[in-house]
Design a protein around this ligand. Structure first.
Ligand code: MEV
Length: 493
């Protein structure tokens, strides 16, 4: 046995802690006692990582700093976490291991996505079929933990299938990156200097851009921006890129860092006093824009090809509220992101980048507002969305995660532009489904069905019990207490 750690901590006010470590079979026993203060009875150099624990650890709320954690093996990390941060170390270890993939090679793929990986965190991978987009049927892969989202997407797909489907169009695909620097001299001279060295930015990045250029992408433009009205001395090189099917973060950041080096070198050579601060892509991409739309005739009554006037009017009003009122707009847009994030995650794209960019876009006019728009004009109901989406279908996680590859295959291996259209449609569909519920039956009816199932699962109901109680609650209000009572009654029968 390499080591034994045992920590006791009393549950009353006086802190009482004993730790016992055995470094190896023949080595010394280390005892360290803490009674509101710590008495170290022996060298406790290696007390950071208890190798084996003979009792359940009680020191989960008494963490001490750990050094070199990243260098530990996965098993050692789990050991440390289990004993230092959890109430039941043995159960923790078992749980983390339970979620390892049975195939060690596949597990390694996942371990290596990030640092300090202990296990896998499952999210459901689902699909929503019947999305007619620009006349072609699609099944959308969705990764999301929230119940009802996939059901809502499927419903919205079906609803619009008989009404002409979704129309989507990419308006532009421009990506952005900036080199931020400080300059306090003659502004006109700076403009002349940047214009003079401009070709060098392109020359110096040739090795990086060659391949992208061959396929029609690369650096679009580099402009000097005077931002001194926002911050004294602040200037930037505002750079735009075309990254084709790649999201392009690495490509853009590499180009930007080279621009910064070129700028620094040339400034020094020309005696221009400037200080480069940082170079990084921007997740605000207002010109990487896609539009998705649905439209259909408005009739007195709803039919397979149209919507009722009453519904259309209530719907348009609901969108108008989200346009006028930020409190509502945030929730309205959150519903849109339910659909967008789910497809973005399934296809291995960076949902934080998408979220940040989309919400910035929603506030571009100075007030946070709805991302969707609706109108009734000449007897036609029209509902649309315009959002910035910097997505990729090659590189990054898209080529590493087996389920991401499958998601892209399900989507018929789309180009980045095709994926932008699909994702925008997912957002529009989700918003349509939410608003349709909100202005008609209310949202809880659908939600509660899934909530009931979640509650029954939490309460350990069997398949037969679930079936019985789902039937029982069709015309009753679902609450934790009511479900508990219903299950108890059923079990007493
Ligand atoms: C819930 O995840 C999303 C909704 O709140 C969106 C909305 O209110 O429009 C239902």
């Amino acid at each position: 046995m390499d080591g034994i750690a045992h920590t006791l901590q009393s549950r009353n006010i006086t802190t009482f802690r004993i730790e016992v470590f055995v470094l190896n079979r023949s080595s010394l026993l280390i005892i360290y006692l803490k009674l509101n203060f710590t008495v170290i009875l022996a060298d406790q150099k290696s007390n950071q990582i208890p190798r084996y624990c003979i009792f359940e650890s009680l020191n989960w709320n008494m963490q001490t700093p750990v050094e070199g954690f990243s260098k530990l093996s996965k098993e050692e990390k789990i050991q440390w976490i289990a004993h230092n941060c959890t109430k039941h170390p043995e159960a923790t270890k078992k749980l983390l291991q339970q979620y390892w993939n049975a195939d060690p090679q596949l597990q390694t793929v996942h371990d290596e996505f990030i640092e300090n990986t202990l296990s896998n965190y499952y999210l459901p991978f689902a699909v929503a079929p019947n999305f007619l987009i620009n006349g072609k049927l699609h099944t959308l892969p969705m990764v999301i933990e929230e119940s009802s989202v996939v059901a809502a997407a499927s419903k919205a797909a079906k609803f619009w299938h008989s009404r002409g489907g979704y129309i989507a169009k990419v308006l532009d695909t421009e990506k952005v990156g900036q080199v931020h620097f400080m300059f306090h001299g003659d502004k006109e001279a700076l403009h002349r200097f940047i214009a003079q060295i401009r070709p060098k930015f392109f020359e110096d990045t040739q090795v990086l851009t060659r391949n992208m250029q061959k396929r029609g992408g690369g650096i679009r433009d580099i402009t000097l921006k005077d931002k001194t009205n926002t911050l004294p001395g602040y200037f930037q090189l505002h750079c735009t890129f075309a990254t084709l099917d790649a999201m392009g973060a690495n490509f853009i950041n590499s180009c930007l860092e080279q621009f910064a080096k070129t700028l620094e070198r040339e400034a020094e050579a020309h005696g221009v006093g400037l200080e480069i601060l940082m170079s990084i892509l921007s997740n605000y991409v207002p010109n990487c824009l896609v539009r998705a739309e649905v439209n259909c005739p408005v009739y007195e009554e709803e039919s397979n090809s149209g919507v009722s006037l009453n519904f259309a009017e209530r719907f348009v009003q609901a969108v108008a509220i989200a346009q006028a009122e930020p409190y509502r707009a945030v929730t309205h847009n959150k519903g849109i992101m339910n659909g967008i994030d789910a497809v973005v995650l399934a296809t291995g794209n960076d949902f934080r980048a998408i979220e940040a960019g989309v919400h910035a876009y929603a506030s571009r006019k100075g007030q946070y507002s709805s991302l969707t728009h609706a109108q009734i004009e000449n007897g036609q109901f029209k509902f649309w969305l315009e959002i910035p989406l910097a997505l990729g279908t090659v590189g990054g996680l898209t080529s590493l995660h087996p389920l991401t590859k499958l998601a892209l295959e399900i989507l018929q291996d789309p180009s980045a532009e095709a994926l932008m259209q699909i994702v925008a449609v997912a957002g529009l569909a989700q918003n349509f489904a939410a608003l349709r519920s909100l202005v008609t039956t209310g949202i809880q009816q659908g939600h509660m069905k899934m909530h009931l199932l979640n509650l029954l699962n939490q309460m350990g109901a069997s398949a037969a019990e679930k079936k019985e109680l789902i039937g029982y609650f069709t015309d009753k209000t679902v609450s934790t207490a009511a479900v508990k009572e219903g299950l108890e009654l059923l079990r007493k029968k």
